[in-house]
Design a protein around this ligand. Structure first.
Ligand SMILES: NC(=O)c1ccc[n+]([C@@H]2O[C@H](COP(=O)([O-])OP(=O)(O)OC[C@H]3O[C@@H](n4cnc5c(N)ncnc54)[C@H](O)[C@@H]3O)[C@@H](O)[C@H]2O)c1
Length: 268
């Protein structure tokens, strides 16, 4: 079967490990030339190397998504190397799990900077190149912003995170409508994973033990998985498959929507 993303260029932020890495690898496997970007150079290089070893095209890029200049330099590098950018996945994120009382203003702002300011900065920096690139593909480009099921329902111990991810949801919808009405040929959607097996979900279990909600990690995990009708945690590939759909022309008529990948948790 033909690869759906042949000839497309993608940038995936925070793709040095876990969900972002799975997205970068899946887009690469489907034919996209992928910029694997992360704060950690070794992570970005490893994943870009794995994509190339599998026969794909990938480049590591290192920058901090909270830094406006980091974004403009990164997009300039994409333009220099590939001339185009068709797919932007704002995936980099930060989770700090704490009770409301224990969360201080610096942590609140840090979460907002990484989870909410960064997608804003990413779209700002990429917009002009993506608009130009959109002219050469049948249905234009795609922006995918990583939110969370916690951007739809409230979650204890995650007030700052939940607020930032709800912001990502409405930011995505607002610019989706704006760009569509302006005829930019750029679709914008958000993705809302539930509990996915990653380092950040491990942190959630640790906090539940620390705060006395669960007696140990296994108990914490079982307690959270019990809320998921499909009866398991999600795999990073579950999220990557959803992002592939939104990045490809299969979703050509989909903009301003939220793709929930949560094993049925929020349907209850
Ligand atoms: N893991 C889950 O259960 C889950 C659930 C819902 C949503 N999400 C969201 O999915 C995304 C990825 O989650 P994950 O669990 O794979 O995260 P992770 O912490 O495992 O990986 C995030 C990556 O982003 C990079 N990063 C962090 N801050 C950065 C910065 N300022 N600049 C550049 N890179 C930075 C990190 O180096 C890391 O490689 C996040 O937006 C997260 O909020 C995760």
């Amino acid at each position: 079967m033909a690869q759906p993303l042949i000839g497309r260029v993608a940038l995936v932020s925070g793709s040095g490990r876990n969900i972002g890495a799975a997205i970068a690898k899946r887009l690469g496997a489907e034919g996209a030339e992928v910029f694997v970007t992360d704060l950690e150079q070794s992570r970005a290089e490893t994943i870009a190397g794995e994509i190339r070893e599998a026969g794909g095209k990938a480049h590591p890029l290192v920058f901090d998504v909270t830094d406006p200049k980091g974004w403009t330099d990164a997009i300039a590098e994409v333009e220099k190397r590939c001339k185009h950018l068709d797919i932007l996945v704002n995936n980099a994120g930060l989770v700090i799990s704490k009770s409301f009382e224990d969360t201080d203003l610096d942590e609140w702002h840090r979460i907002m900077r990484v989870n909410l300011d960064a997608p804003f900065l990413g779209v700002k920096a990429a917009l002009s190149l993506m608009r130009e690139s959109a002219k050469r593909t049948p249905f234009g480009g795609s922006i995918v912003n990583m939110s969370s099921v916690s951007g739809i329902v409230g979650t204890p111990l995650l007030a700052a995170y939940t607020t930032s991810k709800a912001g990502v949801r409405y930011f995505s919808k607002s610019i989706a409508i704006d760009f569509a009405k302006k005829g930019y040929r750029l679709r914008v959607n958000s993705v809302h994973p539930g509990l996915i097996e990653t380092d950040s979900s491990a942190l959630l279990f640790q906090e539940r033990v620390r705060s006395g909600i669960a007696k140990d990690i296994e108990d914490a995990k079982a307690g959270m998985v019990a809320n998921y009708p499909l009866g398991r945690m999600g795999h990073v590939s579950d999220v990557a498959g959803g992002v592939l759909y939104l990045a490809s022309d299969d979703s050509a008529y989909v903009t301003g929507t939220e793709l929930i990948i949560d094993g049925g948790m929020s349907a209850q």
